[in-house]
Design a protein around this ligand. Structure first.
Ligand code: NAP
Length: 250
């Protein structure tokens, strides 16, 4: 039996990329997984099918994040499938390809709405569902702690805010035995990076050179770090920022 048998997990943005990797890993460990998506229902159903083919249990829930009422809409969907929750992974997020000089107010607000406001209210409105002894993991970024790509500072700022959320929420929820941690990926091969990362061998080699291990990260690399934090083995780790950049930090 898996170490997460009997537990229910919600992974936001699990239709693709890192979120899908996390959902598949937690399901493999025995959790029943809510595979959340924004608009790509087909991809979410593919994730659910892959989990079920591997012998796991999952269901898809759709809710566009980053607009008023998003958290309530997501929990309403969730409640149609499950009674309570043990693990929440706030993974859904957006980036920016535009440099500091070109980011306008609407894009800045959108970045914060999806990457910061949504996790904040998802947790706040999910507290009645989250069981004592539960786990919250926020997917941050190495860029919240290094200026390796200073031109995308608006995105990095959202992850810095998410890290403060992690740190303080760990204190707020500690009395209930709930741990809260940030996991910070470096460059991972997902759709968000596809345009430049998969464009040429040179681009991939350049990205790989950021890592001490000389390669680009995979969703499974991040999922395995999350799996530790949400397991019983991670019970004494809370309020922590976990560097999952493959040694990309200076
Ligand atoms: P991705 O491949 O672009 O996937 C994004 C996921 O989030 C999808 O499931 C998408 O749902 C969902 N999503 C995006 N915007 C949404 C919205 N407004 N409402 C609801 N769902 C939304 O992204 P990723 O690369 O896996 O990134 C996942 C997380 O890791 C993000 O928080 C990102 O900042 C962080 N991160 C990524 C990297 C990297 O190199 N990839 C590095 C550091 C940190 P749909 O499929 O429905 O669109």
């Amino acid at each position: 039996m898996g170490v997460l048998a009997g537990r229910t997990a919600l992974v936001t943005g699990a239709s693709r990329g890192i979120g899908r990797g996390v959902a598949e890993r937690l399901a493999r460990d025995g959790a029943r997984v809510a595979v959340h998506y924004g608009s790509n229902e087909t991809a979410a159903e593919e994730t659910v099918a892959a989990i079920e083919e591997a012998g796991g249990s999952a269901f898809a829930i759709g809710a566009e994040l980053g607009r008023p009422g998003d958290a309530a809409a997501l929990w309403q969907e969730f409640d149609r499938h499950a009674d309570g929750l043990d693990i929440l992974v706030n993974n859904a997020g957006i980036g920016t390809a535009r440099p500091f000089e070109e980011v306008d107010e609407a894009e800045f607000d959108r970045l914060f709405a999806v990457n910061v406001r949504a996790p904040h209210f998802l947790v706040q409105q999910g507290l009645t569902r989250l069981r004592d002894g539960g786990r919250i993991v926020n997917i941050s970024s190495g860029l919240s702690r290094t200026a390796l790509m200073p031109q995308v500072m608006a995105y990095a700022m959202t992850k810095g805010a998410l890290d403060v959320f992690t740190r303080d929420l760990a204190k707020v929820l500690g009395p209930r035995g709930i741990t809260v941690n940030s996991v910070a990926p470096g460059i991972v091969d997902t759709d968000v990076n596809a345009g430049w990362l998969r464009a040429s061998d040179e681009a991939r080699q350049g990205a790989a050179a950021f890592s001490a291990l000389g390669r680009v990260g995979t969703p499974a690399d991040i999922a395995d770090a999350v799996a530790f934090l949400v397991s019983d083995d991670g019970r004494w780790v809370t309020g922590h920022w976990l560097d999952a950049t493959g040694g990309s930090m200076p």
